[in-house]
Design a protein around this ligand. Structure first.
Ligand code: PXL
Length: 283
């Protein structure tokens, strides 16, 4: 009997706005992976640019009940992937969840969702950043953008970060205690991509696509979902990075004709077929 791979992703549901769970669930599922979820909060929209007056319902109190039930069922996951967390206590709850469900055979991905374009998202403080830094130490992979890396490392935000600068940042991120940091938003001439550092093999990897000069919300969540899915499927780090960067390019490209209406997210649904084909290319 061949069992499906199984991921659990833990982040909020922004009911409208195409990010976090409404992105992770369809994307990881489309990659042929069973996707369990723990919603950490329900918001009417995400908290990013363009939305004000959103509702926020904290579900922290539900998480331990879900986790205890799962423990009683002896549920196992190939990967645990956390995204946007709404409070300091939720970050601490995730740390306990890693202790309960992390094994020698699975891996942990922390997307340290903190901010973008050099700024923290609404509601996040320096104390929250410190707590997120501690959670990163428990992860196999962390996936910050440039803004998040600068807050995690308390270093200046670099808008156009080249490979040399990215390598320095990746080394410092590994110093936080995670095995493989992955940095998005790396630039090389007219290209845009991501870099990764495998601290066990002491090797760097980079993948690029053409740069499109548009900032679309939710892109980081798409990247993290695809990357988690690709590693879960057994792709090596270089290939996981390539697939993630390629699909992000596809998403931005298909969104461009709708950019005016789609100021709040990506049309990732329109190119899921391409993602599926990338995951099958090297089978
Ligand atoms: O895309 C990251 C994200 C996820 N969830 C919520 C957010 C954001 C970014 O703004 O506000 C609620």
């Amino acid at each position: 009997m061949i069992y499906m791979k199984r991921v659990v992703t833990i982040q909020d549901i922004s009911c409208f706005g195409k990010c976090s769970l409404t992105v992770a669930l369809p994307i990881i599922s489309a990659m042929g992976i069973e996707t369990a979820v723990i919603p950490t909060a329900v918001l009417s929209t995400h908290t990013g640019k363009g939305f004000t007056g959103y509702t926020f319902h904290d579900l922290s109190d539900d998480i331990s009940g879900i986790s205890n039930h799962w423990k009683s069922m002896d549920l196992k996951f190939n990967a645990i992937y956390t995204g946007y967390l709404g409070s300091i206590s939720q970050v601490q709850i995730m740390s306990d969840f890693f202790d309960d469900f992390g094994t020698d055979d699975n891996f942990i991905v922390v997307d340290p969702v903190l901010g973008d374009s050099g700024k923290l998202y609404a509601g996040f403080t320096d104390e929250f950043v410190s707590e997120m830094r501690r959670l990163c130490a428990k992860a196999d992979y962390i996936l910050p953008n440039m803004t998040e890396a600068s807050f995690l490392l308390s270093t200046p935000y670099i808008e156009d970060c080249d490979e040399l600068q990215a390598k320095e940042i990746l080394l410092k991120l590994a110093g936080l205690g995670c095995k493989t940091p992955v940095l998005t938003g790396v630039r090389k001439g007219g290209l845009h991509g991501a870099g990764a550092y495998d601290s066990v093999k002491n090797e760097f990897y980079f993948a690029y696509s053409k740069h499109i000069d548009r900032n679309l919300h939710g892109t980081g969540d798409i990247f993290a979902s695809v990357f988690t899915g690709a590693v879960t499927l057994g792709k090596n780090l270089r290939r996981a990075l390539e697939i993630s960067v390629k699909y992000i390019y596809d998403c931005i490209e298909v969104t461009m004709p709708y950019f005016e209406e789609m100021w709040y997210g990506n049309c990732f649904e329109l190119c899921l077929d391409r993602l599926i084909s990338y995951t099958k290319e090297d089978e």
